[in-house]
Design a protein around this ligand. Structure first.
Ligand code: FMN
Length: 171
């Protein structure tokens, strides 16, 4: 899948086949993360791939809006060292991973980490160093059908684009 297709067809996918995701596919998703832009070139990110069912169940237990993680083939916990731009850096890495996963046929859903009360529970479970903050959880699995990757209606370019200033809709 080319980049434009991956961007348009990425969807949050929350139900998965029981099929495991090969290690090299998971590593390719992490490989995409490390090319994300990073303020001051710090690269503060660290990633934990969880595949053991009992751990996935425990993460799902904490993540109030991520119960489906229990049924995922894997969950990528995205941490960043507590730098000034940790959140921006971490989110840029997450988006790279979502797009890479889509291009590899892997369905994902971004589950909130930062700002959630359960961050400390997940950090403790995964033995995260004290200076690392949980930015996001990414559930991963092969979708029930490839048709789940699909373009959807979004706000039109004409609605969101302003030229030079908010009042101008033409160049
Ligand atoms: C910062 C952030 C946090 C999110 N947290 C959750 C979450 O906790 N649980 C969930 O099911 N989806 C979560 N999502 C996914 C959004 O619900 C989803 O992106 C949105 O509904 C649009 O659908 P789409 O991803 O298929 O385009 C989150 C997305 C973002 C960007």
């Amino acid at each position: 899948m080319d980049l434009r297709n991956s961007i348009q067809k990425r969807r949050s996918i929350r139900t998965y086949q029981s099929k495991p995701i090969p290690q090299e596919v998971l590593e390719e998703i992490i490989d995409a993360a490390r090319f994300a832009p990073t303020a001051r070139a710090v690269e503060p990110w660290e990633f934990v791939i969880v595949r053991k069912p009992e751990r996935l169940t425990e993460i799902a237990h904490h993540a109030v809006n991520g119960k489906f993680i229990a049924e995922a083939a894997a969950c990528i916990a995205v941490f960043c060292k507590d730098t000034k731009y940790y959140l921006e850096d971490g989110c840029a890495a997450v988006e790279n991973m979502l797009l890479a996963a889509t291009s590899l046929g892997v369905g994902t859903c971004w589950v909130a980490g930062d700002k959630k009360d359960y961050c400390s529970d997940i950090s403790a479970l995964l033995l995260a160093p004290h200076e690392c903050k949980l930015v996001a959880l990414i559930s991963c699995g092969y979708p029930q059908s490839p048709k789940e990757f699909r373009s959807i209606k979004r706000r039109a370019v004409a609605d969101i684009l302003h030229w030079e200033e908010f009042e101008r809709s033409t160049p």
